[in-house]
Write a protein that binds this ligand. Structure first.
Ligand code: BGP
Length: 464
């Protein structure tokens, strides 16, 4: 392979609620993640003293981050995507003053990264928000939450302006349509209109954070974060192709607003046709004009779309109800593996927006086996990542501007959808099972040295 550009950033991505644990330490408040111990599609559980959930400790990154960062450094990372837990900074969400202990924790984390020359990329809200804002305000359904988020964003930009130059607003902002509690803090959305109104508030908040970042840290770059849910038509029937375009627009519309600063015509039509009347003020419209500097996205799989009712019926209950692609194999969790789709998606986003792109999540969740000699030979993970990175190289050759690649879960962590430890993504194994048993000891897998080599050669060691 031809080496990737010199400036290309290499690393991994993690999220506070899936690694940190210490869910009540340092004055942290409860988040939506803390009350969903079984993951983003699981039930809400009211927390009582003495109870526990897998994420309460997670992989104890809160205490073990120096050891983990040393391992990332050993692999040669130049970038680590992390998130700030909003509830460490504003425990209930509506305080006027931030929690100093929470701010101090991330100071130490960013200093540790700096000591290894690893650039942090920081997500402001990765699948969590203060539970206080859900209980007392109804989450993003309430316009006042925009102001609380802006205060939080301004606080962290001001505090970390010398340490963090890459920012993201909301993780997988388009997931709000599928997981409204995690996405927009709606406990029981009554209607689609309610979800879109909450999403609108969040989009305004995202734009205000972009503006704040531009004001406070002029030399930083701030992006959005989309779940890159690329869909293909199941057949070449024009109706299937049209339906696919509509399906892709259900996630692209977030990018359209964040890149272009206004609602696209097809969404306005959708709202008209479905009698959805959003409350959008003149101030909102003005705020949305502040657009992002780059686009970031996660990429795990693709799916198919058809108007055939029978096929759709079979697909109900799959993740995002996607019809399977007969030409692709699936992971143990049923996620269809499609490296070429990543090249298609990179080209599609580049053609549509002409803004730099950053792949901030990609990886294979799989069960790992420890051999008698203690080694873990995760060849399946190596081949998944190799094949996807080869396609990133192809996209770069196509002329797409790609800033970097942070694979998901460089160290095993708690999965988002079902809060499982057994769905492992890491180059580093963590000794903990789904019930919370284990020593939390870290161990290098075969993929550890593989990724190290890929980074050292800037991709030249990849196998096309
Ligand atoms: C994305 C989330 C991550 C992450 C990943 C893998 O949707 O942004 O937080 O967890 O998916 O999903 P899972 O953990 O369910 O395997």
């Amino acid at each position: 392979m031809k080496p990737f550009p010199q400036a290309f950033l290499w690393g991994g991505a993690i999220a506070a609620n899936q690694v940190e644990g210490a869910y009540q330490e340092g004055g942290k408040g409860l988040s939506t993640s803390d009350v969903q111990p079984k993951g983003i599609f699981g039930d809400v559980v009211e927390r009582v003293p003495g109870d526990s959930g897998i994420k309460d400790i997670a992989i104890d990154f809160y205490h073990r981050y120096p050891e983990d960062i040393a391992l990332f450094n050993e692999m040669g990372f130049t970038c680590l995507r992390v998130s700030v837990a909003w509830t460490r900074i504003f425990p209930q969400g509506d305080e006027t003053q931030p929690n100093e202990a929470g701010l101090a924790f991330y100071d130490k984390l960013f200093d540790e990264l700096a000591s290894h020359n690893i650039q942090p990329m920081v997500t402001l809200s990765h699948y969590e928000m203060p539970w206080g804002l859900v209980n007392n305000y109804g989450g993003w359904g309430d316009r006042r939450v925009i102001g609380f988020f802006e205060r939080y964003a301004r606080t962290v930009f001001t505090r970390y302006k010398e340490k963090v130059k890459l920012w993201l607003t909301f993780n997988e902002i388009n997931m709000s349509l599928h997981a409204p509690l995690t996405g927009v803090g709606l406990k029981a959305p009554g209607s689609e209109a309610e979800i879109y109104q909450a999403i609108h508030h969040q989009l305004v908040a995202s734009a205000l954070a972009v503006k704040a970042c531009h004001d406070i840290i002029p030399d930083a770059r701030i992006g959005n974060m989309l779940l890159g849910g690329l869909m293909y038509p199941l057949t070449c029937k024009p109706d299937d192709v049209l339906e696919t375009m509509q399906q892709n627009r259900t996630w692209l519309f977030f990018g359209d607003i964040q890149c272009r600063g206004e609602y696209p015509g097809y969404m306005l039509r959708y709202f008209r046709d479905n009698h959805i009347q959003l409350n959008i003020t003149e101030e909102d419209r003005a705020a949305l004009k502040e657009t992002i500097d780059f686009i970031s996205f996660s990429y795990y799989m693709t799916g198919c779309v058809t108007t055939d009712e029978e096929e759709n019926q079979k697909a109900r209950g799959n993740i995002l109800s996607m019809v399977p692609n007969p030409h692709l194999k699936s992971s143990e969790w049923g996620w269809q593996i499609d490296p070429v789709g990543l090249r298609i998606l990179l080209n599609l986003l580049w053609d549509r927006y002409q803004k730099p792109l950053f792949i901030v999540e990609n990886g294979l969740g799989a069960k790992d086996k420890i051999e008698a000699d203690g080694s873990i030979n995760d060849t399946y993970r190596i081949s998944y990542l190799n094949d996807h990175l080869v396609q990133v190289g192809e996209a770069i050759e196509d002329g797409v501007q790609v800033l970097g690649y942070t694979c998901w879960g460089p160290i095993d962590l708690v999965s988002a959808s079902k809060a499982e430890m057994s769905k492992r993504y890491g180059f580093i194994y963590v000794d903990r099972d789904d019930d919370g048993n284990g020593t939390l000891e870290r161990r290098r897998k075969a993929s550890f040295n593989w990724y190290k080599e890929v980074i050292a050669t800037r991709g030249a060691s990849l196998k096309p």
